[in-house]
Design a protein around this ligand. Structure first.
Ligand code: ASP
Length: 329
């Protein structure tokens, strides 16, 4: 998975300079917390197809020489529009039977970032997070205020009923039953599933990361997880990009995405080791679980997780689409 830079000699009016064009790389996830027994063949097929489409759309941006940010938003919007993932259309329900969506994005080249939390009517929260980053002086906007801002940006708003799906509704009913039986901790542990994210390296050698989620089934009291929080669920700098998925409280407590990137860029820990340490040691040690996708400026990447599976996929420097769900794929 190690990546090479191609040297290109550019000559303008007889003056030549060497430029290093990076072979683009895109890595995505559609959430950890895959439960093996729930993965019937039809669901697996649909999930794999959606991951492949997201990779195709995102990678087309990179191949066309567009910035990593464009690949991240293109891939994530595909997954937000697909009901199989806990983001956009397929967002889970909170305790009150409502959908509250969170998202964030970060540009590794400039360290600009944007996030939105607790929005109810935004069809593609990742596009609003990007608008916060690019067209406001702020980094994080919440709820109704974020939706007011969305109107000024021409971001598509939908009736909250758009997010209603039978499957997610049933998951909430199951969680409520567990709550009533005093098994809240079990319900909480099973409640994170299908958050989406992407990390990309463009031809200019710049990285970006983004994450979008409906949060956790049965969440209460305006709970906000890690996904819209820069440093917890999403982080990118010049040498590292991360999007996480899992039990958000633990990603917040370990500042997981930032911690991985600091290990890579400041401590010069090998990328795979850094990712393994935070996701598979630090978070489980506290009682959490989940996974992440991590990409370095040299194109090396890692997809650690400690759940039954993690929906994921990548287009490496070979330009081929790979999708996977279970360990070892
Ligand atoms: N991390 C998300 C949250 O806690 C859930 C997920 O990744 O599925 O809100």
């Amino acid at each position: 998975m190690l990546h090479k830079f191609a040297a290109i000699v550019l000559c303008v009016f007889g003056v030549c300079a060497m430029s290093h064009a990076a072979a683009p790389v895109l890595v995505i996830h559609g959430g950890a917390g895959v439960i093996k027994k729930e993965m019937d063949p039809a669901t697996q097929k649909a999930v794999r197809a959606a991951l492949a489409t997201a990779l195709e759309r995102g990678y087309a941006q990179l191949k066309a020489g567009k910035p990593a940010l464009d690949a991240v938003t293109a891939a994530i919007t595909v997954l937000e529009d697909d009901p199989h993932f806990n983001a956009g259309k397929g967002a889970v329900f909170n305790h009150d039977g409502k959908n509250e969506l969170d998202a964030s994005i970060m540009d590794g080249d400039t360290l600009r970032a944007g996030g939105v939390a607790n929005v109810h009517r935004v069809k593609n929260p990742i596009l609003l997070a990007r608008a916060v980053m690019e067209h406001s002086p702020h980094v994080l906007m919440f709820g109704d205020g974020a939706e007011e801002f969305a109107k000024t940006q021409g971001i598509v708003l939908v009736d909250p009923k758009y997010f209603w799906t039978e499957k997610r509704w049933q998951e909430l009913q199951d969680a409520l039953k567990k709550d009533a039986a005093g098994q809240h901790a079990d319900a909480e542990k099973e409640g994170h599933f299908g958050t989406v994210g992407a990390v990309a390296l463009d031809k200019a050698g710049h990285l970006a990361a983004g994450t979008s989620t409906g949060g956790m089934t049965d969440k209460r009291f305006g709970r906000v997880g890690d996904s819209p929080i820069i440093g917890a669920g999403t982080y990118a700098n010049a040498g590292c990009a991360v999007s996480g998925t899992g039990w958000g409280e633990y990603y917040l407590r370990t500042v997981a995405a930032h911690e991985i990137c600091m290990r890579v860029t400041q401590m010069h820990q090998p990328l795979k080791e850094a990712a393994e340490y935070v996701i598979n040691k630090e978070i489980p040690k506290l009682g959490g679980d989940g996974g992440a996708i991590v990409l370095g400026a040299d194109g090396e990447f890692a997809t650690p997780f400690n759940t039954d599976g993690m929906y994921r996929g990548w287009v490496d420097k070979d330009g081929k689409i790979h999708v996977a769900i279970f360990p070892g794929e």
